[in-house]
Design a protein around this ligand. Structure first.
Ligand SMILES: C[S@@+](CC[C@H](N)C(=O)[O-])C[C@H]1O[C@@H](n2cnc3c(N)ncnc32)[C@H](O)[C@@H]1O
Length: 458
């Protein structure tokens, strides 16, 4: 029998919901979801099952905020945004279980929500919590199944409003997706952005090979599948949490890297003996991949403006046995021409994995969809352009740049390339790759390879 998480209203089940509720409260007050969750999980003992429940409820309810508000608005006297925050987030934890959770019986969802209302000092509102959750249940029980989480709500006619409500996207993003993609593509994006992503690994060919590592996982009872389109990738279905105990981690046989992120360095195609700059390198997923391509011959520099994040490049490189081959420099990549005049015209190839809005990785960050705003993206565009302009003089004639992001926003991607090419008409856009979230199972990514002119270039 599959154990059911937290059925006893006063037992660990209530504790799990209480912690998930505190994560929602913290995120609404500005905390990052992963940091808030980590704090809650660090406090006292919870079984692995209940830790999983806290994670599912907290991340799920944060992602589905708009839809859960829609249900509150349909059944409460006061709209969700005007509810006292402790009540609003408590209702979200309860509603999320009713609408989404496959492992929590609806009776446990209601009883633990009412018990939680009492525990957090909202005893006066416990009957309200009970009435709203039961009204939602009654509404859905009257419908023939199987039910989507929005079935039972009256949906807006406007396509963007509808997409945004059903899939809990901010209005601006729902509108933008429908401008960028056909309706089915926008919906596929929305579904992928709400689905916990697969865990992909990149094998370190200097230490092992994919079949050997797969066999080592199998011997430890860990399911791992090779990804046919990505020669060094294994994917671990349903795996998350602390990976350091898995076979081969400490020995540097692999690192975690999304399958599409693994396709960016092959576009740069570093060859042994070349001089390569990774201009926004931390935490080093692509730096270490470049080092693997150079096989100890050539020169590789990892630049990041954050010294703390650069330490993660060093730690990753050390574990993978590549530290000696990588120079690290904490600096603003926009200032390298001034800081390192010896680097002008020096590099054969440069990777600029630019800071971006991260719209391709919403599935990995439960709260990201509520943080990213059009104004923030407007502010990123000149930053991305400035970095691209600033690294161009560091390239030798005939050299190549790969500009990459983990966003799908056309302005952050092709828009930056077009702006650059306008000012540098002798450069060429050689190849472009774009993945939308869910396409091929990985994150959304963009990468473009630019070639500098071989002679007298602009
Ligand atoms: C998308 S992440 C890079 C991911 C990395 N390439 C990898 O594959 O692991 C962007 C990085 O750019 C760095 N960054 C942002 N602005 C920068 C700047 N002006 N100069 C150098 N690094 C910068 C951030 O600190 C962050 O580590």
């Amino acid at each position: 029998m599959t154990p059911v998480a937290g059925q006893a209203p006063d037992g660990p089940g209530l504790e799990s919901r209480h912690r998930a509720w505190r994560v929602l409260l913290a995120v609404a007050a500005g905390a990052y979801a992963d940091a808030a969750l980590e704090r809650e999980l660090a406090q006292g003992s919870l079984s692995p099952l209940d830790r999983g429940l806290v994670t599912e409820l907290a991340y799920g309810a944060i992602r589905q905020r708009r839809l859960l508000d829609g249900w509150i608005n349909a059944h409460a006297r006061m709209v969700a945004e005007r509810q006292p925050p402790p009540l609003r987030w408590l209702l979200h934890v309860g509603l999320y279980q009713i609408l989404f959770s496959e492992r929590v019986p609806v009776s446990a969802a209601v009883s633990t929500s009412v018990a939680l209302a009492r525990r957090i000092g909202l005893a006066r509102l416990a009957p309200t919590v009970n009435a709203i959750l039961r009204a939602v249940l009654r509404r859905r029980e009257a419908l023939p199944g199987p039910l989507a989480p929005w079935d039972g709500l009256s949906l807006p006619a406007d396509p963007a409003e509808r997409l945004g409500l059903c899939h809990s996207l901010p209005p601006w993003l729902a509108t933008a997706l429908l401008a960028w993609l056909p309706a089915a593509g926008a919906e596929a994006f929305a579904r992928a952005a709400a689905t916990p992503p697969p865990l992909d690994l990149r094998i370190n060919p200097a230490r092992t090979d994919r079949a050997t590592q797969q066999a080592a996982f199998a011997a430890a009872g860990v399911a791992a599948e090779p990804l046919p389109d990505h020669p060094l990738a294994l994917t671990l279905p349903g795996r998350s949490g602390d990976l350091r105990a898995l076979p081969g981690y400490l020995e540097g046989h692999w690192c975690v890297q999304d399958r599409h992120a693994q396709a960016v360095v092959p576009l740069l195609a570093p060859r042994p003996g070349e001089r390569i700059l990774d201009a926004c390198a931390a935490p080093g997923g692509k730096t270490t991949q470049i080092a693997e391509c150079l096989r100890g011959q050539g020169e590789l520099w990892a630049v990041d403006r954050s010294e703390a994040r650069l330490r993660r490049v060093r730690a990753n490189a050390e574990r993978l046995g590549q530290l000696e081959g990588i120079g690290c420099l904490a600096a603003d990549a926009g200032d390298l021409e001034l800081l390192r005049p010896d680097w002008i015209g020096y590099f054969d190839a440069i990777l600029l994995d630019a800071p971006c809005s991260g719209l391709g990785t919403l599935a990995r960050h439960a709260d990201a969809r509520w943080r990213v705003t059009p104004a923030m993206i407007e502010e990123l565009l000149p930053v991305q352009s400035r970095l691209l302009e600033a690294i161009a003089p560091l390239l030798r004639r005939g050299g190549r740049v790969v500009y990459a992001t983990c966003t799908v926003h056309p302005q952050e991607n092709r828009g930056r390339i077009d702006a650059f090419l306008k000012g540098h008409p002798t450069w060429q856009l050689e190849q472009e790759l774009q993945w939308w979230p869910g396409e091929g199972g990985g994150d959304g990514f963009y990468a473009a390879r630019l070639a500098a002119p071989a002679l007298n270039g602009a």
